[in-house]
Design a protein around this ligand. Structure first.
Ligand SMILES: C[S@@+](CC[C@H](N)C(=O)[O-])C[C@H]1O[C@@H](n2cnc3c(N)ncnc32)[C@H](O)[C@@H]1O
Length: 294
């Protein structure tokens, strides 16, 4: 997979040399390139922003600078750029294949594991990191109209100073799903937000006793079926407490009898057509609304 990031702070992306993503780059699994947006400016101050039309506070990133940068990085620029534009600071020609342009923005759809799974199937991702009040809205419109897969994605309901941290979040979530990235792909199967639609069960390691706290006995039993059941129950309990909306989104037809019985204890019922619905307060719930602890 090839990933390009365009930013005015290329140093911000230094973390992409570390850990699993860094190793994947060294092993050639990920071709990751970071570009300085200012390389596509045409004035001596290397200006990327200007005042907003309509007035108001802050500055907006110019579409002409972004357009030159993205055309070049995406490979849609004419071979000889218009007078004044730099000669291809984006490097050699990008590979053919499915490309997605990602514009991180707090006003976008919230990025989830489903987006990560979907984006991990792309041949190529280009991430355009905004700053100031964001990127002129015509940039997204222009590339979308041109037929490119353009995604405006938020990493959560808060506002950061720039898109670099959001780009790091999305790249790490996507890259670990690229085949060959994670040494033991089984470790991805039961994770939070995976196919089961649950949070992961609590995990423990050595020593078996620490600060007067013991690990659940079943985990020492060596009885795989009992351990699997315990883990499933704990995942259901934890999800019901912390993220009840995820329980409500479960497909009831995929639940087994023990799941349904536990959910009933936790205050949920499963209808014949597979909907999982919270019982009215006081009915059955022993655990619901207990807060985020546990
Ligand atoms: C200060 S923010 C602009 C916020 C914008 N004026 C608004 O209110 O929607 C500057 C840049 O940070 C990035 N950014 C900030 N918060 C983000 C979030 N929650 N998710 C993704 N990107 C974010 C975007 O690239 C954005 O263009």
């Amino acid at each position: 997979m090839r990933i390009d990031v365009v930013t005015i702070f290329p140093e911000y992306l230094a973390a992409l040399d570390l850990s699993l993503v860094g190793k994947a780059r060294q092993r050639g699994l990920l071709d990751l390139r970071v570009h300085d947006l200012r390389d596509w400016t045409a004035d001596r101050h290397r200006t990327v922003d200007d005042t907003p039309f309509g007035g108001g506070a802050g500055m907006v990133m110019r579409p002409d600078v972004w357009g030159r940068a993205l055309d070049d990085v995406l490979g849609t620029a004419p071979p000889e750029g218009p007078a004044g534009s730099p000669s291809s600071p984006g490097g050699d020609s990008p590979p053919p294949g499915a490309t997605t342009l990602i514009l991180p923005t707090p006003s976008g759809e919230v990025f989830t594991q489903r987006h990560a799974e979907d984006l991990a199937t792309a041949d190529r991702l280009v991430l355009a990191c905004g700053r100031y009040e964001g990127i002129d809205a015509r940039v997204a419109e222009h590339y979308r109209t041109g037929g490119l897969d353009v995604r405006e994605l938020s990493i959560g309901d808060y506002v950061l100073n720039g898109g670099e941290v959001a780009a790091l979040v999305m790249i790490e979530a996507v890259a670990r799903l690229v085949p060959g990235m994670v040494g033991n792909p089984e470790s991805l199967v039961e994770e939070s937000h995976g196919a089961a639609g649950l949070l992961e069960y609590p995990v423990y390691t050595k020593p078996p006793r620490w600060q007067d706290l013991e690990i659940p006995e079943v985990l020492l039993s060596g009885h795989h079926a009992r351990i699997d059941r315990w883990r499933r129950d704990e995942a259901l309990r934890r999800t019901a407490r912390r993220r009840p909306e995820m329980i409500a989104a479960l497909d009831g037809t995929a639940l087994d009898k023990k799941d349904v019985a536990l959910l009933a204890e936790l205050g949920w019922s499963v209808s014949d057509d597979g909907r999982v619905v919270a019982l009215p307060e006081g009915e059955g719930a022993t655990d619901r609304g207990a807060g985020p602890a546990g």
